[in-house]
Design a protein around this ligand. Structure first.
Ligand SMILES: Cc1ncc(COP(=O)(O)O)c(C=O)c1O
Length: 474
């Protein structure tokens, strides 16, 4: 066996390629002898690569694919006749002449599998355990294994939310918008009135979702940079006695602004109005007390819960459940009653996104172990790094400190710097930042510290931001 230090660029996903002899030539590749998975670890040791996920293996025989897989290699490429080798389930099977191009395209410094530090507000970075959970056993959703998974997820969600079993859970496969639409359609009949707080893109979307469901909306609009004033909501409810529901976005991801949830839901409860709370980017991190007037709380798995995209849910209070059962459904896919029935039976009404639920199950273990307050503290530590850098670089934040969430910072683009240039250059250094939305598109950029973002990632990001801004401002 011959090995050596990785010669690939440090930003390549794979630090070391090993080939079972006789593997074809690949720049930086080393040869490994025998079928023993432990030979891979021996080669890694000599090369000084500590993590087997940073190792790629080139295989010419099906049994070597199994060996490389068993060792946990980050990439397994079968080299030869794809028709013969594909059955062994490598990541790719190519003829020898195609290896170099495939490796560059997928695992090279600019490859599609390259690790980017996602600083966008979801889908957020996930842990290896969450990714492994998604790639676990194939499950049929009508079999006991799925019912166990379904029950585990519901139990963990109730525990994280601090609610008892009289709260229902609608587990949906889809994005957060599906959860919002299911909640709105079960809180208010078509033709009835819904008061909607609108101080960002997602409040606007709630209004539009309700409008398309035939609900009569009464907007309470506010500046996008300030929390909504609860007195205005109280006044609007008093002026519109036929309103049956209140819809509000807790954390306006548009800007990183928190609305005063506790005050708003106590106002709606006092007026006997059902509250629909979009907590899609706040549940799991921000403080939320359920039981004080929240009837429908929506969330998705891929933001502060650190799961994968594809699963969303609605937590439904006992009163919200009664309301949902009294409303004539206006959708088959989003019929809340069928989802609440599934809570009891463990059998979903439609084919669920099984891998996303398996990932959520694992992600919730970490969320529960950390606790919401613990995760908030972790995010706060990361945001403090961003706040200090923003100030040091002479940048200006859009939202005043008291109204900022624990996960997003909205920063004004400096004069003469476009988001497109900033994004492209930061991306080339391995970081994804997010554009402003709607009327803020040309004015701001956003940085989120949701997900498994490490302190070291943010420290490197701050250095990259400083360098890129110096270049762009010059
Ligand atoms: C507050 C809020 N509501 C709703 C949504 C829509 O979620 P999705 O894109 O998953 O449909 C988002 C997405 O970012 C959000 O941040």
């Amino acid at each position: 066996m011959t090995t050596g230090a990785a010669e690939h660029a440090t930003r390549s996903v794979i630090d070391l390629w090993l080939g079972f002899a006789p593997a074809p030539e690949l720049a930086g590749a080393r040869e490994i002898e025998g079928d023993n998975p432990f030979a891979i670890f021996a080669a890694m040791q000599v090369a000084g690569v500590a993590d087997v996920r940073r190792v790629g293996v080139l295989c010419t025989k099906p049994e070597h694919v199994g060996t490389a897989r068993a060792a946990g290699a980050g990439a397994v490429v079968a080299v030869g006749d794809p028709a013969e080798l594909s059955a062994a389930a490598p990541d790719a099977a190519v003829p020898a002449a195609g290896v170099e191009a495939l490796v560059a395209e997928r695992w090279g410094p600019e490859g599609s599998q390259r690790r980017l530090v996602l600083l966008n507000p979801g889908p957020a970075l996930t842990s290896p355990a969450v990714k492994r959970a998604a790639a676990g056993a194939d499950l049929c959703h009508r079999e006991p294994e799925f019912r166990d998974l379904d029950r585990r997820v519901r139990t963990k969600l109730r525990s994280l939310a601090g609610v008892t079993s009289d709260w229902g859970i609608a587990l949906l496969s889809g994005s957060g918008t599906a959860a919002n639409e299911a909640a709105l359609r079960s809180a208010v009949h078509p033709g009835e009135q819904l008061l909607v707080v609108v101080n960002g893109v997602y409040g606007e979307r709630l209004r539009e979702s309700a409008r398309r469901a035939g609900i009569d909306t009464v907007p309470v609009e506010g500046a996008w940079t300030e929390p909504i004033d609860p007195d205005r909501v109280a006044a609007a409810l008093a002026a519109n006695p036929d309103v049956r529901g209140l819809a509000v976005v807790h954390h306006e991801t548009t800007t990183g602004l928190l609305n005063p949830l506790a005050e708003l839901v106590s106002i709606s409860a006092a007026a006997d109005v059902r509250a629909v709370v979009d907590a899609i980017s706040s549940f799991g991190v921000e403080e939320i007390t359920l039981g004080d007037g929240v009837d429908f709380l929506t969330c998705s798995s891929n933001k502060c819960l650190h799961g994968l995209a594809g699963a969303a849910f609605v937590l439904v209070s006992p009163g919200g459940g009664r309301r949902a059962r009294s409303v004539e459904p206006t959708s088959v896919a989003l019929d809340m009653r069928t989802y609440l029935d599934a809570d009891a039976s463990g059998t979903p009404p439609f084919t669920p996104a099984v891998p996303a639920l398996a990932a959520l199950d694992t992600a919730l273990d970490r969320a529960l172990a950390e606790g919401i307050a613990g995760r908030r503290a972790r995010y706060a530590e990361r945001c403090a790094i961003l706040d200090a850098a923003i100030e040091r670089l002479g940048l200006v934040q859009l939202i005043a400190p008291a109204a900022r969430s624990h996960s997003i910072r909205s920063v004004r683009l400096p004069a003469g710097v476009s988001f497109a240039d900033l994004h492209t250059r930061l991306r080339s250094l391995g970081f994804v930042v997010y554009a402003g939305q709607g009327r803020l598109a040309a004015d701001i950029f956003r940085v989120a510290c949701m997900g498994e973002v490490e302190i070291a990632d943010l420290q490197r990001f701050v250095e990259a931001l400083e360098a890129v801004l110096a270049e762009l401002r010059a």
